[in-house]
Design a protein around this ligand. Structure first.
Ligand SMILES: Nc1ncnc2c1ncn2[C@@H]1O[C@H](COP(=O)(O)OP(=O)(O)OP(=O)(O)O)[C@@H](O)[C@H]1O
Length: 554
């Protein structure tokens, strides 16, 4: 029998006579030990102690944490460990410390065994391993707590209780549909999934059904057909284009299933986003960082948040669902970039930006918008969710539309999942309220003024403090181009024409729109409506992202 096992079993024997023996022993402990107990209580802190006392202890036992034996307590919400002989420096000079892990952060528990090389099963029990996440700012990292005790009976009873407690957490997926776009950005999506995500899913016993997409629209067609009720969630490994396609697919599928062609229906399954693209704006917005491990841990732990989406329609016909749209500069710039697909994404973007700036021209259009309602609460405060669910956007018809007619260099509509955290609107507010989007309309201006505005776009201040820039918090927008000259005519003088197939193509003069980084050509008026909490994403509410994200549209 190994030294470790013998020691642990010895300890267990001591503790095996458990509480009774401990309680019996208590009157015998000397003053010195009482003082130590007193110190321990102080160290745990008053608040923690009160919380702990209000929760009943489910399990108590002795485990080795590190090199020393600890008294380990398990309640419904936490696992705490306290050194049996506290505050004493160990042989290596370090001090044994008490610790705590919240069960909401634990995603797996395993029995540790000592096995001979090559053996797949059996082996002597060594104790438990608890896999949990720890926070570093917005970043979530994987960590493991090792609890050593060589008694198989003791270890298994702890394992069973912990397993049962972990299954009680709602929102944690058991089976997910995964889409990987192998062509995203540097073509690293498959590696990112295999190296950073799959091991965590395996550890948390999440089963997966993986589709590696082979073309644009592949995930949409799979989502239209597949049996959704088998899955607990959908995972997208890719960039913003892939995310947009899947968000659109999830809402469209909900609409088809509910046989509701007119009214958008909330998506049934949550979507997890593993960033593997070139911009990853949505991922940054719901995770606060661009990090596949953080994203995977949010999925594993079932952190969910509902977010707004916009519906885009033209001539009464639905076009798609998405988070953002750009008309004018953003649309034209993307249309130019799409013609140079053979270039690397950064070169393509740079080329399109420079070329569109060189040919800068305003769009003559009629812009109408409905201001976001202020009645439920302050415009940029949090709304009452129950009221919000009752109050469908369609009931806002009594509100009057504001209409402006004129020349615009750029018009953008962004709902909160794509808002650059650095964006501050003119009134000083950042993210719009749920159920509203930000409308940023850039009027006609000189090229140099427009460039100044663009340069400040991803900085934290002053990007809208130009007389030619208007910002509004809106619940619906209509844009009707008045010019008869669409983009194809303008572009016909360009060298090459290798445009990828747009999602819809209209007859006559059409205008390029950038909807979530995807090129969509539309000839007529476009109607955009914000739908509160239309889709659920794995992640958490983020006030400010750690990393600065740049807008995918320019
Ligand atoms: N195998 C494939 N080949 C080509 N395109 C694909 C393939 N699979 C998916 N797509 C499409 O590629 C488009 C762009 O993908 P994605 O957004 O993941 O990458 P990206 O453009 O590099 O990243 P970002 O959007 O963050 O800049 C999406 O519209 C997606 O539908």
């Amino acid at each position: 029998m190994s030294e470790l096992e013998t020691e642990a079993q010895g300890e267990l024997r001591d503790s095996g006579k458990k509480k009774k023996k401990k309680e019996k022993e208590k009157p015998r402990v000397g003053e010195e030990e009482e003082e130590v107990e007193e110190n321990k209580r102080e160290r745990e802190g008053k608040v923690e102690k009160e919380e702990e006392q209000s929760e009943s202890v489910l399990m108590r036992g002795i485990f080795k944490v590190g090199k020393k034996s600890h008294d380990v307590l398990l309640t419904r919400t936490r696992l705490t460990w306290t050194p049996i002989i506290p505050e004493s420096p160990t042989g290596d000079g370090s001090v044994q410390q008490a610790g705590v892990v919240l069960l909401q952060d634990v995603f797996a528990v395993k029995v540790k065994r000592r096995r001979a090389a090559g053996r797949q099963s059996g082996g002597a029990v060594l104790g438990l391993a608890l896999f949990h996440c720890k926070r570093r700012g917005r970043r979530l990292e994987e960590d493991t707590l090792h609890l050593h005790n060589a008694s198989a009976e003791h270890t298994h009873s702890w394992y069973n209780t912990l397993k049962e407690l972990l299954t009680g957490f709602s929102g944690r997926p058991r089976y997910v549909k995964v889409f990987i776009n192998p062509s995203s950005h540097k073509k690293e999506a498959v590696h990112i999934y295999r190296d950073s995500v799959a091991p965590l899913f395996k550890m948390a016993d999440i089963r997966t059904d993986i589709t590696v997409t082979d073309r644009k629209g592949h995930s949409l067609s799979v989502m239209k057909e597949c049996k959704l009720d088998e899955y607990d969630g959908v995972v997208c490994v890719g960039g913003d284009g892939s995310v947009a396609e899947l968000c659109h697919a999830l809402v469209l599928r909900a609409q088809l299933d509910a046989n509701s062609p007119e009214k958008p229906v909330r998506a049934v399954l949550p979507l997890g986003i593993i960033p593997a693209g070139s911009t990853d704006v949505v991922s940054c917005s719901v995770h606060g960082v661009r990090d596949p491990v953080t994203a995977a841990l949010h999925i594993v732990l079932g952190h969910l948040q509902q977010v707004d989406m916009c519906s885009f329609s033209s001539n009464g016909q639905p076009v798609r669902f998405g988070f953002s749209a750009m008309f004018g500069f953003g649309g034209r710039s993307l249309a130019r970039a799409e013609k140079k697909r053979w270039m690397s994404s950064s070169r393509r973007r740079e080329y399109a930006l420079v070329k569109t700036l060189a040919r800068l021209r305003p769009e003559d259009c009629q812009l109408s918008f409905l201001s976001a309602k202020t009645s439920s609460s302050s415009l940029f405060g949090h709304r009452d969710q129950s009221k919000e669910q009752e109050q469908e956007p369609e009931s806002e018809v009594e509100e009057s539309w504001m209409t402006n007619q004129g020349l615009y260099l750029s018009i953008s509509i962004m709902s909160s999942p794509v808002l650059n955290p650095n964006l501050a609107l003119k009134d000083g507010s950042k993210k719009p309220d749920n159920g509203s989007a930000s409308l940023i309309a850039v009027g006609n201006a000189s090229r140099s003024e427009f460039i100044k505005h663009l340069k400040r776009y991803s900085s934290s201040s002053g990007q809208f403090s130009f007389p030619f820039v208007e910002t509004h918090s809106v619940s619906a927008v209509k844009i009707r181009p008045r010019s008869l000259i669409g983009w194809s005519e303008e572009e016909s003088d360009e060298e090459e024409y290798s445009r990828s197939t747009p999602i819809i193509q209209s007859e006559g003069a059409s205008f390029p729109w950038n909807i979530d980084g995807e090129l969509v050509e539309i000839a007529n008026e476009v109607f955009i409506r914000v739908h509160p909490r239309l889709i659920t994403l794995y992640g958490e509410e983020v006030d400010e992202a750690e990393s600065t994200v740049s807008c995918s549209c320019i």
